[in-house]
Design a protein around this ligand. Structure first.
Ligand SMILES: [Zn+2]
Length: 288
């Protein structure tokens, strides 16, 4: 009879092992982390280069979309070596070996000789590029491997398709590094592929009320007395979008070649009763 309680305790310990996210002790700085993609490195992957870049963009967005943390990746466009000083660059390639790896560079690596797939239905023996990129971008933002199966930061997967969506333990991990989104702070970003002919989903969340989203090809700062500094320049191409937070707004990007390579600076003004709150500045780069 005396042995029963300790046996029960041992069983409970076994049933609840210390399984959790792992922090690497690094982070990428606050809120919106700008990054570029270098698509010039060779990669063994199905699909076009647009498919591959698209898979990586959707992967970076998953952390901001589902993480609930005060952090999101902000795509700044394509880059080729030599990179802008201090820039974070997602290198699209089949191996990290021999690449110009340094602080601030990420890489999506091929595991062994297993090629990537960008179709969304990875054939046996391939890894889903989007899921693999979610995992790698989790490392880049400061997470190590978790022991919780099914998570994006788990060590193993058949095809990495299950890595596409982050899970509770991944979310706890990113929030442990960057903290949850502060209450009442308007958060501006978008979901989807910023390609010409595509429709992205503009999001102004964590707030309620009428708002104005500004997009401008010229960077700020523009000082608005009594409100703050807008990271839009106020050029003739400035676009104002009336908005009611927190609805998401579809933005069709015209199939216009002149838009390829353009960069748009985004900011939102939210009416809070009688005062105006500024969102975070965000960025829309159109690579294709
Ligand atoms: Zn890993």
């Amino acid at each position: 009879m005396k042995a029963a309680p300790s046996l029960l305790a041992a069983v409970l310990l076994l049933a609840a092992p210390a399984r959790s996210y792992v922090l690497w002790g690094t982070s990428l700085g606050p809120r919106n982390h700008p990054f570029y993609i270098d698509a010039t490195f060779p990669i063994v992957c199905s699909g076009t280069v647009q498919d591959q870049v698209g898979a990586m963009l959707l992967a970076t967005q998953e952390w901001g979309k589902s993480g609930g943390a005060d952090f999101r990746y902000m795509f700044m466009g394509l880059a080729t070596y030599p990179y802008p000083p201090g820039a974070s660059v997602l290198v699209m390639g089949t191996s990290c070996v021999g690449y110009p790896m340094a602080t601030g560079y990420f890489a999506t690596c091929m595991f062994g000789n297993i090629p990537f797939d960008a179709s969304g239905s990875p054939p046996l023996g391939t890894f889903d590029l989007q899921g693999s990129s979610v995992h790698q971008m989790g490392h880049a933002l400061g997470l190590g491997h978790t022991n919780v199966p099914g998570c994006s930061m788990f060590t193993q997967s058949i095809d990495a398709l299950d890595f596409r969506t982050i899970e509770a333990d991944d979310i706890a991990g990113i929030q442990a590094i960057y903290g949850p989104v502060p209450a009442g702070t308007p958060v501006l970003d978008y979901l989807g592929l910023p390609f010409t002919g595509e429709t992205i989903e503009l999001r102004l969340g964590n707030t309620v009320g009428p708002a104005l989203v500004l997009l401008d090809p010229a960077p700020g700062p523009t000082v608005v007395p009594g409100i703050g500094t807008l990271e839009v320049g106020g050029s003739p191409a400035l676009i104002y979008l009336p908005y009611f937070a927190p609805q998401s707004m579809p933005i069709p990007l015209p199939s216009n070649p002149a838009l390829i390579g353009t960069n748009w600076y985004m900011h939102a003004l939210v009416l809070n009763g009688t005062s105006v709150a500024l969102s975070n500045p965000f960025h829309l780069a159109i690579p294709y």
